[in-house]
Design a protein around this ligand. Structure first.
Ligand SMILES: Nc1ncnc2c1ncn2[C@@H]1O[C@H](COP(=O)(O)OP(=O)(O)OP(=O)(O)O)[C@@H](O)[C@H]1O
Ligand SMILES: [Mg+2]
Length: 254
């Protein structure tokens, strides 16, 4: 393609196939007018050269591999305006003292979500846990480091064949550190939201992650631990949900 302008590529992508629906709140359509404006601003602000390839297209977000003018690579996450469920989302915002002072309504909740993922990534990384480095956010768009190679993104741990013992040991430590040092509960932890990159598990998708002081934090932690132990048990790793929970709650690094 000669014209590699990022906006042009986005406009030509599948999400735009039904051009008549551009400005309607259509299910699955991310590029409404507000998002287009946000993309335009992000392209200028972060000196984006072009969109290299799409990484993932889910119910609530789209992720692209992008190139900056200085040739570095990043991942761009665009939250869909129309499918982020207001009530579900509020459960993770209300009660988190870091965010519940924001004036939130249906039309700006998705912006708070992007900011929340940015802040969570910062806090998680500052505690020493592997996660993408956040570079910035604007409206419903988040810019972060890309985990992967030019051939494609790093695999989710669900797609690995071996190495589960070592990954489990590293993850135990990561969950402990996230809880006791970053004071964050992931709240959607599973084999889908952990990427295997440069021989380490990386925690991703932390928009919904909450402070350990959130009234539902305990419940979310138990659910995370259940998901993780169920997955590793299936992979033949000796792991026990109650033991992992006690380890994380123990506070003192054993
Ligand atoms: N920084 C990154 N580098 C490389 N790949 C990434 C990155 N972030 C996300 N991905 C890939 O994109 C997928 C979806 O990302 P993420 O889990 O953050 O979004 P999501 O909101 O859960 O999307 P969905 O709506 O599909 O559930 C991940 O499973 C991963 O494969
Ligand atoms: Mg995910």
């Amino acid at each position: 393609m000669n014209d590699k302008s990022a906006l042009k590529q986005l406009i030509e992508s599948d999400e735009f196939s039904n051009r008549l629906n551009l400005d309607r709140k259509t299910y699955g359509l991310v590029f409404d007018k507000r998002t287009l404006n946000a993309i335009y601003e992000v392209i200028k602000k972060y000196d984006i050269d072009y969109i290299d390839f799409p990484i993932s297209s889910g119910k609530e977000s789209l992720i692209f591999n992008i190139k900056l003018r200085d040739k570095s690579t990043r991942a761009l996450k665009i939250y869909k305006m129309s499918t982020l469920k207001f009530s579900n989302t509020m459960e993770y915002i209300k009660g988190d003292y870091r965010f519940d002072r924001e004036k939130i309504n249906r039309s700006n909740v998705v912006y708070v979500w992007a900011q929340k993922e940015y802040t969570n990534l910062e806090d998680i990384r500052n505690s020493g846990v592997h996660a993408p480095k956040p570079y910035g956010f604007y409206k419903n768009i988040l810019l972060m480091s890309y985990l992967g190679t030019s051939r494609g993104p790093a695999p989710q741990i669900k797609d690995l064949q071996t190495g589960f013992n070592e990954i489990y040991l590293k993850l135990r430590k990561a969950i402990w550190t996230m809880y006791n040092r970053a004071n964050i509960v992931h709240a959607d932890l599973s084999e889908y939201n952990i990427l295997y990159y440069r021989k380490d598990p990386y925690i991703i998708d932390v928009g919904q992650s909450v402070s350990t002081k959130h009234p539902m934090a305990e419940e979310f932690l138990k659910r995370d631990i259940k998901n993780i132990s169920t997955f590793f048990l299936k992979k033949g790793i000796e792991c026990d949900a109650a033991e992992l929970y006690n380890y994380v709650k123990g506070g003192i690094d054993a």
